[in-house]
Design a protein around this ligand. Structure first.
Ligand code: 0A1
Ligand code: ZN
Length: 877
């Protein structure tokens, strides 16, 4: 037996349980070009026969290899022909097919047969409620046919589909439909041609019995585009918002980025079994129903925004992703970070910048910051992976967007547009890298990004420490940064950090204008003259950099900013800081009763001024009074005790709820008078209405229960109804049971609303939430086959601090059991539950030991998927 001494060799000799590590530095161009791909599908739910005809030519930029390697996963070839002649001269390497190819160009024809009904992973071609659809990103195409399934191999596709006219009246594929006809035995066929060369991950096919909402859009150069949204019968009247969002997105991308759509049709299909939110396949976007279907009776305001944002995101990929794609999967943030920024800017323009920015930062800090400080931390451009599906992360998406947003902040929107124009012009039709994007920004926007490139290679959230000194009339800021070590890299270099700041005069409550300072060393000082009195510092306005800040300022400065800052994000931040500081100290056991009282009084002062500020709109008021979430609070401590944080957080909520009871009740009465509308005033009314109930439920549960039941009964929309039910679900009153029964009965059969019913119970504050989750897992509506349903029960549960972190470890066991049961069915979705247990190092020792033990129990299974294996080993490592 060989003894492996070089750790690198361990990767080179994978065992079935040790999938190989793929490294960015090993990139090599594919030795063959595939100018033309023809696919023929004979469709059936149980058997689909695929004939692929590939024209291949040697790639002058690649190795002169005598064979071609075509990726395959779980498929076998029925016949293979090279240049028209059947051949048996092929070998397999794992799932991949190796074919000897002696010449400079050849035609390869391969026939495979697949069973879509058996595909529970939902990757490749699968069946969902009798319809056939595909998901190919990142590596699903290889489950359909043998192909160089990598993003840098671009080909022009022509696809013919034949199937039963009854079962599949609608036949869709990428590009434009070029021909159709009727065949024998009740079949029909359609042929689609996509003129734009694309990688295999953007391939899509849909066949089913669907109804359609049609629209149209005239592009900036006057071309007519036919728009269509396909859904199941019965769902059509919930597609209006998606269609309106699509049209707005198309217009906005023309106006803001100069990007025009490039096919005659744009099709969207909604499917209820889907692993992610949606997929940007060229001309044929496939969506999770959650991000298409919305009407006021079944979707909340948040759901409406989700539809608008995801429709925009997928549409924007047509340029940032499809016209310019990624050279390899390490460059994923090239398309995802940039497209998230584009969708965020779009939503800011549609809904208002202030609230949208707060919502985006909240997601970043509650999901990405913990990822960046845990065992799964990775740079936005990772250096290695075992399973690419594990890298569709908040880091690649949300931090990726923040990194490009910082470029925009440093150069301004006009120069930024010049940079993106150059990028789109220069790389149109190519598979590009993050470096290509950076170079275009340097040249087009006039930025020097030499040091800034570190944001692409260093993981970890930088910590910035700010102190202000005042002497004479000068205020001096001393700013220090550290980039914390992560599993992949211990020693980090300082990065450029753009900070928007303002210095407020304490008396006038005003400042003389905003400054942008860029911290690019470990420590720097910045001087500002003209201050006879020490000013109040407002920093990282608009969240100009994705960092965490330590600032040693008195509570009174935060109270000042929470009441007066003219930057809405900074105002929100001051309020959050005030609360975070207090809860961190209190849950760490550092406060006696009088210190707790003093801190609460400071919070109450700010809270009161927010409740009574007539100049504030209710939507912003709703944001400002929202308490920081438990994950974000836990993140502030090196080792957190989730139970202690939860108790303190609930204690503060109850204290504020009791103290401000009459003000809160008056607000509820005021906003309840407003009729339903989709305008921002009535949306704001709905937001604050439920926030009021949240505080009252903690401060005066009896009263809250009555008010919530009344809100539920009066509701003519899902936002009010779900908000009221959420509050009731956490209470032990009779109204809880009544309304939960009513809600289920009212929406029986509506999958997306039943998902809400599961999620509300799994995330509730009720002391018996664990028992409820166990019972719900046995409910006839629960199924492991539908990712939305699994997430609605278990993701909601894993994010429920008191239930998931139950002192006896029962919550951890539930999630570990789920991972083991789901992994053989849907590994991608199973692996997404691992990070909740992976936080063990940052949790107090008794719980940490139980979390770790559950991870070890999972690791013992000898049949783990590549997805779950990678996440579990990294989490233990
Ligand atoms: N590119 C898509 C995300 C996506 C990735 C993988 C999928 O496979 C299950 C599906 C979708 C986006 O950013 O929207
Ligand atoms: Zn995307």
């Amino acid at each position: 037996m060989d003894i492996i001494t070089n750790p690198e060799m361990a990767d080179a000799a994978p065992t079935p349980h040790q999938p190989p590590v793929i490294r960015r530095e090993d990139y090599k161009p594919f030795p063959w070009l595939l100018p033309v791909t023809r696919l023929n599908f004979e469709l059936g739910v149980e058997t689909t026969r695929v004939t692929s005809t590939l024209s291949v030519e040697r790639n002058p930029a690649g190795d002169a290899s005598p064979t071609i390697t075509l990726n395959g996963d779980g498929i076998s070839a029925l016949t293979i022909r090279i240049d028209g002649k059947q051949t048996s001269e092929w070998t397999m390497d794992g799932g991949n097919l190796l074919l000897p190819l002696p010449g400079a160009s050849h035609e390869i024809e391969i026939v495979t047969e697949i069973d879509p009904s058996a595909n529970s992973q939902l990757m490749g071609l699968y069946a969902s409620n009798g319809m056939l659809c595909t998901q190919c990103e990142a590596e699903g195409f290889r489950r359909i046919t043998f192909f160089p399934d990598r993003p840098d191999v671009l080909s022009t596709y022509t696809v013919r589909m034949t199937g039963s006219q009854d079962q599949f009246p609608v036949l869709l594929c990428n590009g434009n439909k070029s021909a159709e006809g009727v065949g024998e035995n009740g079949t029909h066929w359609a042929e689609w041609h996509d003129p734009w060369p694309k990688p295999s991950y953007l391939f899509a096919l849909v066949a089913g019995d669907l109804v359609v909402n049609r629209g149209s859009f005239t592009t900036m150069s006057g071309r007519e585009v036919e728009l269509a949204i396909y859904v199941r019968d019965g769902d059509l009247d919930r597609t209006g918002h998606a269609m309106a969002s699509l049209i707005k997105s198309m217009k906005w991308d023309e106006e803001t980025f100069g990007r025009e759509y490039d096919l005659d049709v744009f099709n969207i299909v909604a499917v209820s079994d889907f692993n992610m939110g949606a997929m940007e396949n060229k001309g044929l976007n496939v969506f999770n129903t959650k991000y298409v279907l919305a009407d006021p009776d079944t979707a909340t305001d948040g759901d409406f925004d989700g539809v608008e944002g995801v429709i925009a995101h997928e549409y924007f990929h047509n340029w940032s992703g499809n016209r310019i794609t990624c050279r390899d999967w390490f460059q994923l943030s090239l398309k995802e970070g940039f497209t998230v920024l584009r969708d965020q800017l779009f939503s800011q323009d549609m809904q208002g910048e202030a609230v949208k920015r707060i919502e985006d930062v909240r997601i970043l800090r509650s999901v990405q910051f913990p990822e960046d400080s845990g065992p799964l931390a990775h740079p936005i451009r990772p250096d290695s992976f075992r399973e690419i599906s594990n890298f569709y992360t908040s880091t690649v998406y949300n931090k990726g967007a923040e990194v490009i947003r910082m470029m925009r902040t440093m150069c301004g929107p006009e120069a930024f547009r010049k940079g993106t124009d150059l990028y789109f012009d220069r790389h149109d039709g190519e598979a590009a890298t993050c470096e290509d994007f950076i170079l275009a920004m340097e040249e087009g926007a006039g930025l020097d990004l030499t040091q800034f490139r570190l944001w692409y290679s260093q993981a970890g959230t930088p910590k910035v420490d700010i102190a202000m000194a005042h002497d004479g009339d000068t205020a001096t800021l001393t700013v220090k940064q550290t980039v914390p070590p992560t599993a992949d890299l211990a020693d980090k270099l300082p990065m450029p950090i753009p900070l928007k700041i303002a210095l407020f005069n304490r008396e006038t409550g005003k400042h003389e204008g905003e400054h942008l300072i860029v911290l690019n060393a470990a420590e720097q000082t910045f001087e500002f003259g003209g201050f006879a009195q020490p000013p109040v510092l407002s920093v990282n306005r608009g969240f100009s950099a994705p960092i965490s800040i330590e600032r040693d300022v008195p509570d009174e400065d935060l109270v000042f900013l929470a009441a007066k800052d003219d930057d809405s994000f900074a105002r929100y931040e001051a309020m959050q800081d005030l609360i975070v500081r207090h809860l961190t100290a209190a849950s760490g056991g550092a406060l006696d009763d009088s210190a707790r009282e003093a801190a609460r009084m400071a919070i109450a002062q700010a809270f009161g001024s927010i409740l009574s500020d007539d100049a504030l709109d209710d939507s912003m008021r709703g944001e400002l009074v929202m308490l920081p979430g438990l994950t974000y609070l836990a993140e502030q401590q090196l080792i957190a005790d989730p139970a202690a944080i939860h108790t303190e957080r609930e204690g503060l909520k109850a204290w504020l709820g009791a103290r401000f009871e009459s003000e809160l009740v008056l607000i509820h009465q005021r906003v309840s008078k407003l009729p339903f509308g989709l305008d921002s005033a009535s949306r704001g009314a709905r937001k604050i209405k439920t926030q009021v109930l949240v505080y009252l439920a903690a401060g005066n549960p009896e009263l809250a229960s009555k008010m919530a039941a009344a809100q539920y009964n009066a509701a003519d929309n899902m936002t009010d109804r779900q908000g009221a039910l959420m509050v009731l679900t956490g209470l032990g009153t009779a109204a809880r049971t009544d309304k939960l029964i009513d809600f289920h009965r009212r929406y029986k059969g509506n999958e997306l609303v039943v998902d809400k019913w599961f999620a509300l119970q799994a995330s509730s504050l009720h002391p018996h939430a664990i028992e409820h989750v166990k019972a719900l897992a046995e409910h006839p509506d629960f199924t492991m086959r539908n990712p939305n349903r699994v997430r609605s029960l278990y993701m909601a549960f894993a994010a429920n601090p008191q239930a998931f972190h139950a002192a006896d470890g029962e919550g951890y066991k539930i999630i570990a059991d789920l991972i083991l049961a789901l992994d053989p069915i849907n590994p991608q979705t199973a692996a997404r539950f691992v990070p909740s247990l992976g936080r063990w190092r940052r949790i107090e020792p008794a719980r940490a030991a139980m979390m770790r033990a559950e991870l070890e129990r999972i690791a013992k299974s000898d049949s783990l998927s590549r997805d779950t294996f990678e996440q579990v080993t990294r989490s233990l490592g």
